[in-house]
Design a protein around this ligand. Structure first.
Ligand code: S3P
Length: 432
């Protein structure tokens, strides 16, 4: 469909306002719908994924008003959703599908969720298994443990679940179902994944606690909940979107960018730690805290980067930024090793494969591994034709790579950036 040509450039300057966090935007609609009273959301991300969440809740009888300044969700309480007339269209959004599985498992009506080809091939067994243990009646319509998912009414029980993956989507599905269970629910994950659900549930009045255990695993506990209460939410900018402009400022010559309003929650900010470990000149300014979510502006200057190793508990804190980190590693001196990141295989594309293909086509030295990749930096990048495979993060990471390549680059199907950052190319043009 839409190809985008990106020419090399240097000297990026100015201020960039980062759009709202995708994870927090989804959760604000979901909790707003289940709460009593209205929830007002500012800086909501109007990306396709979050619009899928809005569409699903509207189909279940929730009034959601959209004005240029804010979104207003007219919540109907824990038991206020009504049966949708049609299949719920979850589009490209794994977050919508997995988090809603938890909510829908507790409803007294039957529902079906289905999405696009990418979404319908992503693994849903990871939520079907624990939710079924809780008493949910959830089936994969085609019997392949993928969407479409059919969810029929069930009585939910509290469980203590140990998840094999550090996944906020799995954790959140179980915690949301746990609100409706007949006893306390706990989820233990191998390392702490993003904790936006826990923070937001707490601010809406749920009884929820979470701890990082001495062995590095993390456990969240939630008690059954009578009601949640609507809140005002100001969504911080999405660090996953900010990462592209931080990388652009670091990689292009003679650049200085102020990337504004970035959420820097520790469970999401691994990208900043990696930048520092690679020798990046980044400074946090104007730090603040709102709704439990810390935020800051980030001043970025052109930097000479060097290789690093990224592994273990750091991985869930930067999982969506790995294509961008791989590009930075290709431009850095020395070797970068990324491991413990097998989750990359089940994102919108298999990002070990799509990152490897795109980086190789630009002339980089990258070796894919079973759980990550090894990149030998220091080879100049060439302009190339990049197949995004409709993966927004591949399209954006390689649009940034193109800025410091030695010829023009074409990004195929570049419109897929709409999933998380509709204004991406406009903003990129604006800071040249
Ligand atoms: C998300 C969690 C992550 C992330 C995704 C959004 C969320 O997925 O990759 O883009 O909002 O909970 P996993 O939790 O499955 O790793």
């Amino acid at each position: 469909m839409s190809d985008r040509i990106i020419c090399p450039c240097k000297g990026l300057h100015g201020e960039i306002m980062i759009p709202g966090d995708k994870s927090i935007s989804h959760r604000s609609i979901m909790l707003g719908a289940l709460a009593l009273g209205t929830t007002e959301i500012t800086n909501f991300l109007e990306g396709a994924d979050c619009l899928s969440t809005i569409g699903c809740f509207q189909s279940m009888g929730i009034q959601i008003d959209r004005t240029p300044e804010k979104i207003i969700v007219h919540g109907k309480g824990m038991h206020g959703l009504s049966a949708p007339k049609d299949i719920l269209n979850v589009g490209n959004s794994g977050t919508t599908t997995r988090l809603m599985s938890g909510i829908l498992s507790a409803q007294d009506f039957t529902s079906v969720m289905s999405g696009d080809a990418s979404l319908n091939s992503r693994p849903m067994g990871r939520v079907i298994t624990p939710l079924t243990q809780m008493g949910a009646h959830i089936t994969s319509v085609n019997g392949d443990l993928c969407a479409p998912l059919k969810i029929e009414p069930g009585m939910l029980h509290g469980i203590d679940y140990t998840s094999p993956v550090a996944s906020a989507q799995v954790k959140s599905a179980i915690l949301l179902a746990g609100l409706y269970a007949d006893g306390e629910t706990s989820v233990t994950e191998p390392a702490l994944s993003r904790n936006h659900t826990e923070l937001m549930l707490k601010s809406f009045g749920a009884d929820i606690t979470s701890t990082v255990n001495p062995d590095g695993t993390a456990t969240a506990h939630v008690k059954p909940c009578q009601e949640l209460y609507g809140q005002s939410i100001c969504v911080p900018g999405d660090i996953s979107s900010a990462a592209y402009f931080i990388a652009a400022g670091l990689l292009t010559l003679d650049s200085e960018l102020l990337v504004k309003n970035v959420g820097i929650n520790k469970t999401r900010a691994g990208f900043l730690e990696v930048c520092r470990n690679m020798g990046a000149d980044i400074t946090l300014v104007n730090e603040s805290l709102e709704g439990g979510e810390p935020r800051a502006d980030i001043l970025v200057r052109t930097s000479k980067l060097h290789g690093t190793t990224i592994e273990g508990a750091l991985i869930p804190t930067l999982i969506d930024e790995i294509p961008m980190i791989a590009v930075m590693a290709a431009c850095a001196e020395g070797t970068t090793i990324i491991k413990d990141a097998a989750e990359l295989k089940v994102k919108e594309t298999n990002r070990i494969d799509t990152t490897t293909e795109a980086l190789r086509s630009m002339g980089a030295d990258i070796t894919p591994t079973d759980d990550g990749m090894i990149i030998q930096g220091g080879h100049a990048l060439h302009g190339a034709k990049i197949n995004s495979y409709l993966d927004h993060r591949i399209a954006m990471a390689f649009a940034i790579a193109a800025l410091s390549a030695d010829g023009d680059t074409i990004i195929h199907d570049s419109q897929c950036v709409d999933v998380s950052y509709p204004e991406f190319f406009e903003i990129l043009d604006g800071c040249r």
